[in-house]
Design a protein around this ligand. Structure first.
Ligand code: PLP
Length: 358
């Protein structure tokens, strides 16, 4: 494809400065997808049945959110005013920028982490202060607290934490989160719990305790609904009311609402898939160690492994066999591979392929 030349209209400076995003390759459906931490078996059959019952007339009507919000809020154990539905967590990040970040504000991230935090912050014209996990993948909690305790004019506007973190799989513990939230008097703290189901830990109920806390969940991972884009943002009603003012009127489509309601009515599917993944993850961790990789114990549905100089060849050879995993270059050095845990059959397949390659 030919590179598009610039349009005659000047582009915002923040946009010109963005690094291009590496979107997943197209045509992944028939491969073994262990590169984006998706559900590998698909959503609950009950979701498909519910979607097939949508009528032509319902399709013609703009989405209505009240009823689904009420049902989802009850499922998550919050009040409807404490929850806001978004077009995936990605859209929630965009909305956080639109509501709270002025050009030139600073935001805080701890890298490596989910790339979209930096992306949406930079898009909004924010300065990104990036602390780093160390070689042992430990979260630098003291430095984070120090950054939050700066005078109000200099402290970051937003702090983004993925918990468990992607791509390290590590957890920030409750005690550390408590220290952070107490220090964050002038900073909005987003705790992104996209992998909550695999972690067995949440601070969702803390939204009542800390006025600057937002918690995010998604139907993209354990529930297997990445295609429909549905995220849930939780926080104090005042914060969410401000965000609704900045939101597009219909961020979530009606099919996603129907799917989410069907998904929460089938908790057994979620429970069984989660249990399968946890067994598969244990098998993956053991297998990777046997292959000589250094791993970082994971609380999510993926494992980060350090293969050193063999990593690049490994990722390419797996791809030729139709198995997609994620090579990461943005660590202190190259050599890290993130592999999603699907079913145990998926894990057996990827381990066997890696054995042959190495
Ligand atoms: C995959 C992932 C998401 C997904 O967000 P959606 O936009 O809801 O699909 C969010 N946060 C983290 C840390 C992730 O890894």
């Amino acid at each position: 494809m030919k590179r598009a030349s610039r349009p005659a209209i000047p582009i915002r400076k923040a946009v010109l400065g963005l690094a291009p995003y590496n979107a997943p390759e197209e045509g992944r459906a028939r491969k073994l997808r262990l590169d984006f931490n998706e559900n590998t078996v698909g959503c609950s059959p009950a979701v498909l049945r519910a979607l097939s019952r949508i009528t032509a007339k319902e399709m013609a009507i703009y989405p209505e959110y009240q009823k689904t919000t009420k049902r989802l809020a009850r499922f998550f154990g919050v009040r409807p005013a404490e929850m806001h539905l978004t077009n995936g967590i990605d859209d929630a990040l965009h909305l956080i920028s639109d509501t709270f970040i002025n050009d030139g504000d600073s935001v805080l991230v701890v890298e490596p982490t989910f790339d979209m935090y930096r992306f949406f912050a930079e898009l909004a014209g924010a300065r990104v202060l990036a602390l780093r996990y160390d070689e042992e993948m430990r979260f630098p909690v003291d430095s984070v607290v120090r950054a939050l305790k700066q005078p109000a004019t200099r402290c970051p506007r937003v702090l983004y934490i993925a918990n468990p973190n992607n791509p390290t799989g590590t957890l920030v513990q409750r005690g550390e989160l408590r220290r952070i939230l107490r220090a964050a008097t002038g900073t909005l703290v987003l705790v992104d719990e996209a992998y909550f189901d695999f972690a067995g830990m949440t601070i969702l109920s803390w939204i009542r305790r800390y006025p600057n806390l937002l918690v995010a969940r998604t139907f993209s991972k354990s529930a297997g609904l990445a295609a429909l884009r549905l995220g849930c943002l939780f926080g104090k009603p005042e914060i969410l009311a401000a965000m609704r003012r900045a939101s597009t009127p219909y961020p979530v489509n009606s099919a996603a609402l129907v799917a989410a309601e069907a998904a929460i009515r089938d908790p057994r599917f979620l429970r069984e898939y989660t249990r399968e993944v946890l067994q598969s993850r244990a098998m993956l961790e053991k297998g990777l160690v046997r292959l000589g990789a250094r791993i970082y114990p994971s609380a999510a549905n993926f494992v980060l492994a350090d293969f050193g100089p063999a990593a690049r060849r490994l990722v390419r050879a797996l791809e030729r066999k139709g198995i997609l995993v994620r090579g990461r270059r943005d660590f202190p050095r190259e050599g890290f591979v993130r592999i999603s845990a699907g079913t145990r059959a998926d894990t057996r397949k990827v381990l066997r392929a890696m054995e042959r390659i190495l």
